[in-house]
Design a protein around this ligand. Structure first.
Ligand code: ZN
Length: 240
């Protein structure tokens, strides 16, 4: 059995379709979504509908949370704020209710999923290093936990000390704990513009990061046509 883990889609329909096509080609039969389905890019409603159609476990991201409510936006940079105001106006009431009802943390089979951190999932902190990861490991009761939020794939492995390694292919070993950032489908920020997701092969107990070229020109054109900030289109091409 193979599971496609994907998140930080951020309303990028072209990247999402590309990832789901690739997952199907690679014989994934199950899906797990790590949140931030919406925000930044031009197809929030379409992306919500597709993720719903997968009937898979989904956890809530900070953009999902803010898109679902009417409060003034706090803690967001001006670009994210402008995009979130636009997003709120381009989701149905049903979309927003679905986003609002998402859970913060879930256990799926024998692993955990969370958007940002396990220690304070509601506060949307960022895990950028071993020290940040250590706080989450304290709350991690399963051997493996997948997360997102930074839009940069990375693996933190706890075997006594915590080491941080680039995410490529990893075979899980007994006695070690793994806190894995699977990267972003719709707005990568690790300097690589290609869409990212991760395949978990249950039989071989291993994961593999996938990077995919997608129709970025269409995604960029839609951002401009929607009247969203040009900077959001430009950043897709540089992966930042
Ligand atoms: Zn995000």
């Amino acid at each position: 059995m193979r599971i496609a883990l994907f998140g930080d889609i951020h309303a990028n329909l072209e990247a999402l379709n590309c990832v789901l096509d690739d997952a199907e080609k690679h014989k994934c039969t199950h899906y797990v979504c790590l949140g931030d389905v919406v925000g930044y890019n031009a197809n929030p409603h379409e992306c919500v509908k597709i993720v719903q159609s997968l009937e898979c476990p989904v956890v809530k991201g900070n953009h999902d949370e803010q898109a679902a409510i009417n409060d003034s936006l706090e803690g967001f940079n001006p670009l994210a704020e402008e995009a979130l105001n636009w997003t709120r106006n381009h989701l149905t009431a049903e979309d927003r209710k679905w986003l609002n009802d998402l859970k913060m943390v879930r256990q799926v089979r024998d692993f955990t999923i969370v958007h940002a951190t396990l220690d304070t999932p509601h506060r949307w902190g960022y895990v950028f290093n071993q020290l940040d990861a250590a706080a989450s490991f304290t709350y991690q009761t399963t051997g493996v936990c997948f997360f997102g939020h930074t839009h940069a794939p990375r693996a933190y492995i706890k075997d006594g000390a915590i080491v941080s390694v680039a995410l490529d292919k990893i075979t899980f070993e007994m006695g070690k704990k793994y806190f894995i950032n699977i990267g972003s489908v719709g707005q990568p920020r690790d300097g690589d513009w290609r869409a990212a997701y991760t395949i978990y092969d249950i039989e071989s107990n291993s994961i593999q990061l996938r990077r995919l070229e997608y129709d970025i020109q269409t995604a960029q054109r839609k951002i401009l046509e929607a009247g969203l900030p040009r900077r959001l289109a430009d950043r897709l091409a540089i992966g930042k």
